[in-house]
Write a new protein. Structure first.
Ligand SMILES: [Cu+2]
Length: 71
């Protein structure tokens, strides 16, 4: 299965510590290949294998870290 790339719009990240927190929480998920969070842009770019992890599962982890995913 091909790796998918998505860019999530996320509110609530305020500093590089927030970026690190959410990046580490996502990187441990099985099927997540690459994560790039930017608090300045309010985005998380993520590459993942949809056969192993769902976008809804990814969004749930972002929410668990205290951030809000738009859309
Ligand atoms: Cu922060």
């Amino acid at each position: 299965m091909a790796v998918m790339k998505s860019e999530l719009k996320v509110t609530g990240m305020k500093c590089s510590g927030c970026e690190l927190l959410v990046t580490e929480a996502l990187e441990v998920l099985d099927g997540v290949e690459n994560v790039a969070a930017s608090y300045q842009k309010g985005t998380i770019s993520i590459e993942y294998d949809p056969a192993r992890v769902s976008i809804d599962g990814i969004k749930a982890v972002v929410s668990e870290q205290g951030f809000s995913v738009e859309g």
